[in-house]
Design a protein around this ligand. Structure first.
Ligand code: SAM
Length: 266
Protein backbone atom coordinates (compact mmCIF):
# COMPACT_ATOMS: atom_id res chain seq x y z
CA UNK A 1 0.00 0.00 0.00
CA UNK A 2 1.65 3.21 -1.19
CA UNK A 3 0.80 6.14 1.08
CA UNK A 4 3.76 8.31 0.42
CA UNK A 5 3.48 10.76 -2.45
CA UNK A 6 0.70 13.13 -1.55
CA UNK A 7 2.15 16.10 -3.37
CA UNK A 8 0.77 15.26 -6.77
CA UNK A 9 -1.31 12.47 -8.23
CA UNK A 10 1.21 12.42 -11.10
CA UNK A 11 3.69 10.85 -8.73
CA UNK A 12 1.33 8.03 -7.84
CA UNK A 13 1.68 4.85 -9.84
CA UNK A 14 -1.71 3.38 -9.14
CA UNK A 15 -4.37 6.04 -8.61
CA UNK A 16 -7.25 3.78 -7.63
CA UNK A 17 -5.13 1.95 -5.06
CA UNK A 18 -3.98 5.28 -3.65
CA UNK A 19 -7.57 6.50 -3.34
CA UNK A 20 -8.55 3.22 -1.68
CA UNK A 21 -5.73 3.68 0.85
CA UNK A 22 -6.87 7.22 1.66
CA UNK A 23 -10.45 6.00 2.08
CA UNK A 24 -9.39 3.18 4.38
CA UNK A 25 -7.40 5.66 6.45
CA UNK A 26 -10.34 8.07 6.55
CA UNK A 27 -12.47 5.28 8.07
CA UNK A 28 -10.30 5.05 11.20
CA UNK A 29 -12.67 5.85 14.11
CA UNK A 30 -10.15 7.99 16.03
CA UNK A 31 -9.64 10.21 12.95
CA UNK A 32 -13.40 10.54 12.58
CA UNK A 33 -13.54 11.69 16.22
CA UNK A 34 -10.97 14.43 15.52
CA UNK A 35 -12.90 15.51 12.41
CA UNK A 36 -16.14 15.74 14.43
CA UNK A 37 -14.35 17.76 17.09
CA UNK A 38 -13.03 20.09 14.35
CA UNK A 39 -16.60 20.65 13.12
CA UNK A 40 -17.79 21.35 16.67
CA UNK A 41 -14.92 23.69 17.54
CA UNK A 42 -15.26 25.73 14.32
CA UNK A 43 -19.02 26.21 14.87
CA UNK A 44 -19.80 24.77 11.47
CA UNK A 45 -23.52 25.10 10.78
CA UNK A 46 -26.01 25.89 7.99
CA UNK A 47 -25.22 29.20 6.32
CA UNK A 48 -21.44 29.20 6.94
CA UNK A 49 -18.83 29.62 4.23
CA UNK A 50 -16.03 27.09 4.54
CA UNK A 51 -12.70 26.57 2.76
CA UNK A 52 -11.02 23.13 2.74
CA UNK A 53 -7.34 23.67 1.86
CA UNK A 54 -5.60 20.65 0.27
CA UNK A 55 -9.04 19.02 -0.05
CA UNK A 56 -7.75 16.05 -2.06
CA UNK A 57 -10.67 14.29 -3.74
CA UNK A 58 -13.10 15.82 -1.28
CA UNK A 59 -13.68 13.11 1.34
CA UNK A 60 -14.28 15.62 4.16
CA UNK A 61 -15.31 18.48 1.85
CA UNK A 62 -18.51 16.63 0.91
CA UNK A 63 -19.38 15.99 4.56
CA UNK A 64 -18.90 19.69 5.30
CA UNK A 65 -21.11 20.65 2.34
CA UNK A 66 -23.93 18.70 4.03
CA UNK A 67 -23.27 20.47 7.35
CA UNK A 68 -23.60 24.00 5.93
CA UNK A 69 -26.46 23.26 3.49
CA UNK A 70 -28.78 24.67 2.27
CA UNK A 71 -27.65 28.27 2.65
CA UNK A 72 -23.90 27.82 3.26
CA UNK A 73 -21.15 27.09 0.79
CA UNK A 74 -18.06 24.92 0.86
CA UNK A 75 -15.03 25.52 -1.34
CA UNK A 76 -12.24 23.00 -1.82
CA UNK A 77 -8.82 23.90 -3.16
CA UNK A 78 -6.02 21.50 -4.07
CA UNK A 79 -2.82 21.77 -6.06
CA UNK A 80 -3.53 18.50 -7.90
CA UNK A 81 -5.84 18.86 -10.94
CA UNK A 82 -6.39 15.08 -10.90
CA UNK A 83 -7.67 15.18 -7.33
CA UNK A 84 -9.88 18.19 -8.09
CA UNK A 85 -11.41 16.36 -11.11
CA UNK A 86 -12.17 13.36 -8.91
CA UNK A 87 -13.65 15.67 -6.23
CA UNK A 88 -15.93 17.32 -8.82
CA UNK A 89 -17.07 13.90 -10.06
CA UNK A 90 -17.87 12.78 -6.50
CA UNK A 91 -19.82 15.98 -5.71
CA UNK A 92 -21.92 15.46 -8.85
CA UNK A 93 -22.64 11.84 -7.91
CA UNK A 94 -23.64 12.93 -4.39
CA UNK A 95 -25.73 15.80 -5.89
CA UNK A 96 -23.99 18.31 -3.64
CA UNK A 97 -22.90 21.79 -4.63
CA UNK A 98 -19.24 22.43 -3.84
CA UNK A 99 -16.91 24.98 -5.44
CA UNK A 100 -13.65 23.28 -6.35
CA UNK A 101 -10.56 25.06 -7.56
CA UNK A 102 -7.03 24.04 -8.46
CA UNK A 103 -4.71 26.23 -6.42
CA UNK A 104 -1.71 26.38 -4.13
CA UNK A 105 -2.13 26.72 -0.36
CA UNK A 106 0.79 29.15 -0.40
CA UNK A 107 -1.05 31.52 -2.79
CA UNK A 108 -4.73 30.95 -2.17
CA UNK A 109 -6.85 32.18 -5.09
CA UNK A 110 -9.40 33.98 -2.86
CA UNK A 111 -9.95 37.55 -1.66
CA UNK A 112 -9.17 38.68 1.89
CA UNK A 113 -11.81 38.08 4.60
CA UNK A 114 -13.88 35.59 2.54
CA UNK A 115 -14.61 32.56 4.76
CA UNK A 116 -16.20 31.91 8.18
CA UNK A 117 -14.07 28.81 8.56
CA UNK A 118 -10.84 27.57 6.99
CA UNK A 119 -9.72 23.99 7.57
CA UNK A 120 -6.84 21.85 6.33
CA UNK A 121 -6.04 18.20 6.92
CA UNK A 122 -2.71 16.47 6.28
CA UNK A 123 -1.26 19.07 3.97
CA UNK A 124 1.08 21.20 6.06
CA UNK A 125 3.32 18.17 6.66
CA UNK A 126 4.07 18.12 2.92
CA UNK A 127 5.16 21.76 2.71
CA UNK A 128 8.81 22.74 3.16
CA UNK A 129 7.78 26.05 4.69
CA UNK A 130 4.25 25.90 6.05
CA UNK A 131 4.20 29.44 7.49
CA UNK A 132 3.15 31.17 4.26
CA UNK A 133 0.26 28.67 3.87
CA UNK A 134 -0.85 29.52 7.43
CA UNK A 135 -0.61 33.24 6.66
CA UNK A 136 -2.71 32.72 3.54
CA UNK A 137 -5.36 30.83 5.53
CA UNK A 138 -5.47 33.72 7.98
CA UNK A 139 -5.79 36.26 5.16
CA UNK A 140 -8.85 34.60 3.59
CA UNK A 141 -10.57 34.06 6.98
CA UNK A 142 -13.04 36.72 8.09
CA UNK A 143 -12.06 38.48 11.33
CA UNK A 144 -13.40 36.30 14.13
CA UNK A 145 -13.48 33.32 11.74
CA UNK A 146 -12.42 29.87 12.92
CA UNK A 147 -9.53 27.74 11.71
CA UNK A 148 -9.02 23.96 12.10
CA UNK A 149 -5.85 22.04 11.24
CA UNK A 150 -5.52 18.25 11.48
CA UNK A 151 -1.97 16.95 11.15
CA UNK A 152 -0.02 13.87 12.29
CA UNK A 153 3.28 13.62 14.06
CA UNK A 154 4.76 11.30 11.44
CA UNK A 155 7.59 10.17 13.68
CA UNK A 156 5.07 8.48 16.02
CA UNK A 157 4.24 5.80 13.42
CA UNK A 158 4.73 2.44 15.12
CA UNK A 159 3.96 -1.28 14.76
CA UNK A 160 4.29 -4.12 17.26
CA UNK A 161 7.16 -6.07 15.67
CA UNK A 162 9.60 -7.55 18.22
CA UNK A 163 12.77 -6.04 16.75
CA UNK A 164 12.21 -2.50 18.03
CA UNK A 165 15.49 -1.12 16.68
CA UNK A 166 14.72 -2.34 13.16
CA UNK A 167 11.24 -0.85 13.46
CA UNK A 168 12.71 2.50 14.54
CA UNK A 169 15.23 2.57 11.68
CA UNK A 170 12.53 1.84 9.11
CA UNK A 171 10.08 4.41 10.52
CA UNK A 172 12.82 7.04 10.89
CA UNK A 173 13.88 6.51 7.29
CA UNK A 174 10.30 6.81 6.04
CA UNK A 175 9.74 9.93 8.13
CA UNK A 176 12.82 11.55 6.63
CA UNK A 177 11.64 10.81 3.07
CA UNK A 178 7.84 10.89 3.00
CA UNK A 179 7.12 14.26 4.64
CA UNK A 180 8.73 17.67 4.90
CA UNK A 181 7.54 18.22 8.48
CA UNK A 182 8.28 15.18 10.60
CA UNK A 183 7.40 16.74 13.97
CA UNK A 184 4.97 19.37 12.84
CA UNK A 185 2.68 19.64 15.86
CA UNK A 186 5.66 21.02 17.78
CA UNK A 187 6.03 24.39 16.02
CA UNK A 188 2.37 24.78 15.01
CA UNK A 189 0.99 26.44 18.15
CA UNK A 190 3.83 29.00 18.16
CA UNK A 191 3.26 29.72 14.45
CA UNK A 192 -0.44 30.36 15.10
CA UNK A 193 0.43 32.64 18.01
CA UNK A 194 2.92 34.56 15.84
CA UNK A 195 0.17 35.20 13.30
CA UNK A 196 -2.01 36.66 16.07
CA UNK A 197 -4.53 33.81 16.30
CA UNK A 198 -6.49 33.62 19.56
CA UNK A 199 -8.28 30.81 21.46
CA UNK A 200 -5.73 28.21 20.34
CA UNK A 201 -6.85 24.75 21.44
CA UNK A 202 -5.25 21.34 20.81
CA UNK A 203 -6.85 17.90 20.81
CA UNK A 204 -5.12 14.61 20.06
CA UNK A 205 -5.99 11.06 19.10
CA UNK A 206 -3.82 8.02 18.51
CA UNK A 207 -5.08 6.44 15.29
CA UNK A 208 -5.05 2.65 15.18
CA UNK A 209 -4.57 1.23 11.68
CA UNK A 210 -7.00 -1.45 10.47
CA UNK A 211 -5.21 -4.84 10.16
CA UNK A 212 -4.82 -4.85 6.35
CA UNK A 213 -3.85 -1.20 6.06
CA UNK A 214 -1.35 -1.50 8.92
CA UNK A 215 0.26 -4.65 7.45
CA UNK A 216 0.49 -3.30 3.91
CA UNK A 217 1.64 0.19 4.92
CA UNK A 218 4.43 -1.03 7.20
CA UNK A 219 5.47 -3.65 4.63
CA UNK A 220 5.79 -0.87 2.04
CA UNK A 221 7.94 1.35 4.22
CA UNK A 222 10.25 -1.61 4.88
CA UNK A 223 10.72 -1.87 1.09
CA UNK A 224 11.50 1.87 0.87
CA UNK A 225 14.17 1.50 3.55
CA UNK A 226 15.67 -1.49 1.73
CA UNK A 227 15.66 0.30 -1.64
CA UNK A 228 17.52 3.20 0.01
CA UNK A 229 20.11 0.82 1.48
CA UNK A 230 19.02 1.59 5.07
CA UNK A 231 18.12 -2.05 5.82
CA UNK A 232 19.62 -5.20 4.29
CA UNK A 233 17.75 -7.84 2.29
CA UNK A 234 17.90 -10.11 5.34
CA UNK A 235 16.46 -7.44 7.61
CA UNK A 236 13.69 -6.77 5.09
CA UNK A 237 12.87 -10.47 5.06
CA UNK A 238 12.74 -10.49 8.89
CA UNK A 239 10.50 -7.38 8.84
CA UNK A 240 8.09 -8.82 6.28
CA UNK A 241 7.96 -12.19 8.05
CA UNK A 242 7.15 -10.54 11.39
CA UNK A 243 4.38 -8.40 9.88
CA UNK A 244 2.90 -11.30 7.88
CA UNK A 245 2.76 -13.43 11.04
CA UNK A 246 1.06 -10.64 12.99
CA UNK A 247 -1.44 -10.17 10.15
CA UNK A 248 -2.14 -13.92 9.91
CA UNK A 249 -3.04 -13.96 13.60
CA UNK A 250 -4.97 -10.65 13.45
CA UNK A 251 -2.45 -9.22 15.90
CA UNK A 252 -1.20 -6.19 13.96
CA UNK A 253 -1.09 -3.21 16.31
CA UNK A 254 0.02 -0.17 14.35
CA UNK A 255 -0.68 3.43 15.27
CA UNK A 256 0.16 7.10 14.66
CA UNK A 257 -0.51 10.26 16.71
CA UNK A 258 -2.77 12.94 15.19
CA UNK A 259 -3.38 16.50 16.38
CA UNK A 260 -6.22 18.97 15.90
CA UNK A 261 -5.46 22.68 16.30
CA UNK A 262 -8.35 25.14 16.37
CA UNK A 263 -8.02 28.92 16.67
CA UNK A 264 -9.84 32.21 15.97
CA UNK A 265 -8.66 34.99 13.72
CA UNK A 266 -8.47 38.28 15.60
C1 SAM B 1 -2.85 13.40 2.32
S1 SAM B 1 -3.70 14.33 1.13
C2 SAM B 1 -5.01 14.92 2.15
C3 SAM B 1 -6.25 15.22 1.37
C4 SAM B 1 -7.44 15.61 2.22
N1 SAM B 1 -7.16 16.81 3.00
C5 SAM B 1 -7.82 14.46 3.14
O1 SAM B 1 -7.56 14.56 4.34
O2 SAM B 1 -8.38 13.46 2.63
C6 SAM B 1 -2.70 15.80 0.93
C7 SAM B 1 -3.26 16.77 -0.09
O3 SAM B 1 -2.53 17.99 -0.08
C8 SAM B 1 -2.46 18.46 -1.40
N2 SAM B 1 -1.38 19.43 -1.48
C9 SAM B 1 -0.04 19.22 -1.33
N3 SAM B 1 0.64 20.38 -1.45
C10 SAM B 1 -0.29 21.35 -1.68
C11 SAM B 1 -0.22 22.76 -1.89
N4 SAM B 1 0.95 23.40 -1.89
N5 SAM B 1 -1.36 23.44 -2.09
C12 SAM B 1 -2.56 22.80 -2.09
N6 SAM B 1 -2.69 21.46 -1.91
C13 SAM B 1 -1.58 20.75 -1.71
C14 SAM B 1 -2.25 17.18 -2.21
O4 SAM B 1 -2.53 17.36 -3.58
C15 SAM B 1 -3.21 16.24 -1.51
O5 SAM B 1 -4.49 16.29 -2.07
Amino acid sequence: MELRHFKSMNQVHETSEYIKALEAFDGIPQLQELKSLAIERTNMAPGKSVLDVGCGFGLETLRLAKKVAPTGRVTGVDVSPEFVDEAIRRARTAELEVDYKVGDARRLPFADDTFDCVRAERILIYLKDFSNALAEMERVLKPGGRMALIEPDFSTNTINTDDRLLMRRIVDHETSQAVEQSYLPGPLAAALEDLGFADIEIATRVLIFPQDLGASYFNSIGSHANEAGVVSAGELEEWRGAIDLLRKNNHVFASIGYFLFTASRN
